[in-house]
Design a protein around this ligand. Structure first.
Ligand code: PGA
Length: 254
């Protein structure tokens, strides 16, 4: 049985005060961490304050890192620094990073390796554009992104990676992939992982769905066999909605 993982991707939202208010409100309401991983992914300057207040059942993550440990890379944040704040997770290769900031599959691969080196669990995001889905290229896109991102990652390291399937056309648009569509693509990813590794890695890798997940659709999405959790943008900004969604995952395991 794979432990569900519910992660709120705050993107570039929330001031320090708003973030602290949120964490104080939700941290005691999260399901037991032995049963569900609940994570908030925030802007890097908030790491120290949030990790300090995460409590027993919530964990904090960053939304990006740079793959070098130090150097003349003005404006970047290193895995080494994040690790010193006891950050547990980092999102790698979010479509906004790929599309707005031009991040390539090769950079995604280096960033995953940097996160693993510092014992930060990477959430690897993959997903297709609408045009690619319409042209029946979804599987090809997922295959290219995942094969490149996992290049040189060992079977043992795969135990510390989460994959998030996020169709770009469903992010922030209110259009959710139907639960069957999401499950089918997550299933394709699971089969691909089997081809790249083996049955055990494929059975144990956790695959989230992301794209307009909210309290109204999370139960249905989580009922699908290949979906092990959700990466949630907009709806994760509201503490009550986040509490509901983390606890929806608990229902799946009980
Ligand atoms: P959304 O964002 O839930 O607002 O669609 C998801 C994401 O970008 O991770």
């Amino acid at each position: 049985m794979r432990k569900p993982i519910i992660a709120g991707n705050w993107k570039m939202f929330k001031t320090r005060d708003e973030a602290l208010y949120f964490i104080l409100k939700v941290s005691t309401m999260m399901p037991d961490i032995d049963k569900v991983d609940s994570v908030i992914l925030a802007q890097s300057p908030l790491m120290r304050d949030l990790v300090k207040r995460q409590g027993e059942n919530l964990r904090i993550g960053a939304q990006n890192l740079y793959y070098e440990d130090e150097g003349a890379f003005t404006g970047e944040v290193s895995g080494q620094l994040l690790a010193s704040y006891n950050v547990d997770y980092v999102v790698i290769g979010h479509s906004e990073r790929r599309n707005i900031f031009g991040e390539t599959d090769q950079e995604v691969n280096k960033k995953i390796k940097a996160a693993l080196k510092h014992n930060i669990l990477p959430i690897l995001c993959v997903g297709e554009h609408l045009e690619e889905r319409e042209n029946l290229q979804t599987n090809q896109v997922l295959s290219t992104q995942i094969t490149a991102a996992l290049d040189g990652i060992s079977k043992e390291q795969m135990a510390n990676i989460v994959i998030a399937y996020e169709p770009i056309w469903a992010i922030g648009t209110g259009k959710t992939a139907t639960s069957d569509m999401a499950d089918e693509s997550c299933g394709f990813i699971r089969d691909l992982v089997k081809t790249l590794y083996d049955d055990i890695v494929s059975d144990t890798i956790r695959i989230q769905y992301g794209g307009s997940v909210k309290p109204e659709n999370i139960d249905e999405l989580l009922s699908k066999p290949n979906i092990d959790g959700a990466l949630i943008g907009g709806a994760s900004l509201d503490p009550d909605k986040f509490i509901y969604m983390a606890n929806a995952a608990l229902k799946r395991v009980e």
